[in-house]
Design a protein around this ligand. Structure first.
Ligand code: AMP
Length: 279
């Protein structure tokens, strides 16, 4: 496994490969869990080589405490990647990616950024867009793998790929969950035992929403979800929204030809967890 922290070195390595080599790319912020590993496994199966990046991108954090507390177990990540026979790992520094100006570029996400994560985490998607565009330019992968766990991010990445004419196939990967339904997340490692016991409630609620979706109207469902969270002293609902899977705009009236998804963000103490479900 090759590990590079400089753009020049990784580009030299990639430049030395046969031009027909297909490259599967999995961008991550590290603190790898089975959800990440499932993306890497899929990338391995579908490409000649796999590149994984580990970069905790400062410009996508709207909350400095979240950035400071984000887990960064690099040695553990590298040994996991080695055991998976990952080919290349890119672990750039902030200076390597941003030089002196740690700021985001501007993008036109055509409204995708106005709801949910974009609304509650100001500047988040400009940060994501900036780093993913930069990584795409450096690595020039054949395919790039993104989890549906960050569904809005996936739609934003598809938009950027089109807008900047990247010749990269964006591959969505299903959400990987713990046995009790909790969506795997690097942030889960920060939960106390007590918090860990209550967070499966998030997915449980989404699953009931899925069952209710055909029989109840959206207002009734929204109200029901709000009431459920009021009964949970350790959980604070930030948003719950049922939206068109493509445009991410909130549902107005149910249209049988549109696919919908329910999206949720919940605070457990200072830890913010997100999840979603196809309806
Ligand atoms: P992160 O390190 O959180 O930036 O995530 C890196 C990639 O892994 C993103 O494409 C995420 O959507 C994906 N990912 C994170 N958690 C999961 C999960 N539980 N299931 C599937 N994909 C995930």
């Amino acid at each position: 496994m090759f590990i590079f922290d400089k753009i020049n070195s990784i580009q030299q390595k990639i430049g030395s490969l046969k031009p027909t080599t297909s490259i599967g790319f999995v961008p991550t912020m590290g603190a790898l869990h089975k959800g990440h590993l499932a993306l890497i496994e899929q990338a391995k199966n579908e490409n000649d080589i796999v590149v994984v990046s580990i970069f905790v991108n400062p410009t996508q954090f709207n909350n400095q405490n979240d950035l400071l507390n984000y887990p960064k177990p690099l040695e553990n990540d590298l040994s996991l990647l080695k055991s998976m026979r990952c080919d290349i790992v890119f672990t750039p520094s902030t200076v390597e990616i941003y030089q002196k100006k740690v700021v985001s570029e501007s993008f036109d996400f055509e409204g995708l950024q106005l709801v949910m994560e974009g609304k509650f985490r100001k500047g988040h998607f400009e940060g994501v867009g900036t780093v993913v565009k930069r990584l795409f330019e450096i690595i020039k992968p054949t395919r790039a793998y993104f989890g549906e766990k960050d569904y809005q991010q996936l739609q934003i990445i598809k938009k950027i790929t089109n807008q900047f004419n990247f010749n990269i196939k964006i591959i969505p990967c299903p959400i990987f969950r713990e046995l009790d339904g909790l969506a795997m997340s690097s942030r889960n490692s920060r939960l106390t035992k007590e918090q860990r016991l209550v967070v499966p409630f998030i997915y449980k609620t989404l699953s009931i929403v899925k069952d209710k979706f055909s029989a109840f109207n959206v207002e009734e469902i929204n109200k029901w979800v709000e009431n459920q969270f009021k009964k949970q002293p350790l959980l604070k609902l930030e948003y719950f929204q049922i939206a068109d899977e493509e445009t991410l705009q909130p549902i107005t009236v149910k249209n049988p030809s549109i696919k919908y998804r329910a999206f949720i963000a919940v605070f457990v103490g200072e830890i913010r967890l997100i999840d979603n479900i196809s309806l």
